[in-house]
Write a protein that binds this ligand. Structure first.
Ligand code: ADP
Ligand code: MG
Length: 352
């Protein structure tokens, strides 16, 4: 049974460091929720408080509305998969998985049935008697997951479970998490610094920075309305230029950037505290076939990226933006003046 998690004004201080700083959030029963942030932003500390491995300095943690701060980790309806996995090295796959069931006092027959079912779920049927030391990295990962899932937790916590796997395996296991989430129906909370994992798995995600949440939204919202420049950069929207001024025109907002006028998405704010984010995937070379908005820029650098080329373009005042150009497209020379067309909703206004 899935369980909702309420975090109310939770702070966790280590001496002068507030690893988690007066943070509030609501994780819905059954959702796949991700805490995304760079190293040191407080993700693991928050996860450990949900799991009962750390105690908040202040604030409340609620499961289905009931405060669990005084409930110890082993009494919470929660299982955790840590990056280190923590498998018992001298035991077989089955012994690792049934360990928790044994503590619960299940009979041998019941344990064997549950172990069989869960191994089927993680596609390791027949591996019961293998020694975990003889498994590949991905197989060990699956055993760690099976060991957590066999307990049928209402909440599954995953702390960077894919870090350290090679890229192909990481993508494979990432997709596996999505399927397991659907099949188990539990509330999943994933901690990661990997944007691609967060975007592809999450119903909703929070970007954490210095113990606080910068933005909490559905993944696509981060690209349509990033809360601020930090968030935009974090999700890869690196094209950020300072407007000279902002004008309200016919219900919309136009930014004037180095003398050029660009309609922008978002509400009018003080131009001194605003930045214009320009999505690199919505910039087209040339006049375009629609009457989109044009910018006149100078090529300052081109970088080969394999399937495409990054072209860095500068305004007259030296501010730059990068557009991704099809690798088979025209070759541009540094110093050349070009016209680019912005597709609809290419430019977004955000807080500096
Ligand atoms: P993340 O998981 O996002 O990398 P953490 O939650 O591990 O971040 O850490 C957040 C901050 O709290 C860091 O500055 C870290 O050094 C500090 N911190 C975490 N755990 C401890 C601890 N047990 N003692 C002292 N400082 C800690
Ligand atoms: Mg961590």
């Amino acid at each position: 049974m899935a369980i909702s998690i309420g975090i109310n004004n939770v702070t966790r201080a280590y001496g002068p460091v507030r690893a988690v700083d007066d943070l509030s959030l609501e994780i819905r029963a059954g959702e796949f929720f991700t805490l995304l942030g760079s190293s040191g932003s407080g993700k693991s500390t928050l996860l450990k408080m949900i799991g009962g491995f750390e105690r908040p300095s202040s604030g409340e943690i609620l499961f289905d509305g009931r405060d669990v701060v005084d409930i110890s980790a082993n009494k919470r309806p929660v299982n955790t998969v840590f990056q280190s996995l923590g498998l018992f090295p001298h035991m077989t796959v089955a012994q690792n998985i049934e360990y928790g069931l044994r503590l619960r006092g299940l009979s041998g027959g019941e344990r064997a049935r549950k172990v069989g079912n869960i191994l089927e779920l993680v596609e390791l049927s027949g591996f019961e008697e293998r020694n975990v030391n003889l498994l590949s990295g991905g197989q060990r990962q699956r055993v760690a997951l099976a060991r957590a899932l066999v307990m049928e937790p209402g909440i599954l916590l995953l702390d960077e479970p894919l870090t350290g796997l090679d890229e192909r395996l990481r993508q494979q296991m990432r997709d596996e998490f999505g399927r397991l989430h659907k099949r188990t129906g539990a509330t999943f909370v994933l901690v990661t610094h990997n944007q691609d994992e967060a975007l592809s798995l999450s119903d909703r995600m929070a970007i954490m920075h210095k113990g606080k949440i910068e933005q909490l939204d559905r993944p696509e919202q981060f690209f349509q309305s990033p809360a601020n420049a930090f968030v935009a950069r974090f999700v890869g929207m690196e094209n950020q230029v300072k407007p000279e001024r902002l004008e309200e025109v016919g219900g919309g907002v136009v930014a004037v950037i180095c003398g050029q006028r660009v309609p922008v998405q978002g509400a009018l704010h003080d131009s001194a505290t605003s930045l214009v984010v320009i999505r690199s995937d919505r910039i087209v070379l040339g006049e375009g076939d629609t009457d989109g908005d044009r910018l006149r820029l100078k090529v300052v650098e081109t970088m080969f990226r394999g399937l495409y080329r990054d072209v860095k373009l500068a305004f007259a005042d030296g501010q730059t933006l990068v557009m991704a150009l099809d690798a088979g497209g025209p070759l541009l020379n540094v110093g050349e003046n070009v016209v680019v067309t912005l597709k609809p909703k290419a430019a977004l206004l955000t807080a500096a």
